[in-house]
Design a protein around this ligand. Sequence first.
Ligand SMILES: [Zn+2]
Length: 119
Amino acid sequence: MHELALAQRVAHAALEALAGLDPPPRRVVRTVVVAGRLHQIVPDFLTRAFGYCVEGTPAQGSGLDLEIVPVTARCPACGWTGEIEPPWFVCGDCGRPGVEVRTGKEFYLDRLEVERDDD
Ligand SMILES: [Zn+2]
């Protein structure tokens, strides 16, 4: 289960972003993460692990939303570009293997939604 390690990365990035806000927000409503499908994240595990990681921090109580990026690839043989279905890394047009993966590997904190005192 690699969700814990990923949750720690998100929590770290979120707390770093929060530390840069002046004045600090009253509360973090939502933490939005963009994740490629290749990470094969179990959303429930990630959400729960994130909850543990931010316990006792300014991000405590924040929900976690996952935006999944599909796996897309380009075929060097025929130039086709499109979505592929792991574990089948073959061209959607000519069927050759060896396509170049374009998206689906990303993993980053996209944004935080916060509540301020004057909201
Ligand atoms: Zn092709």
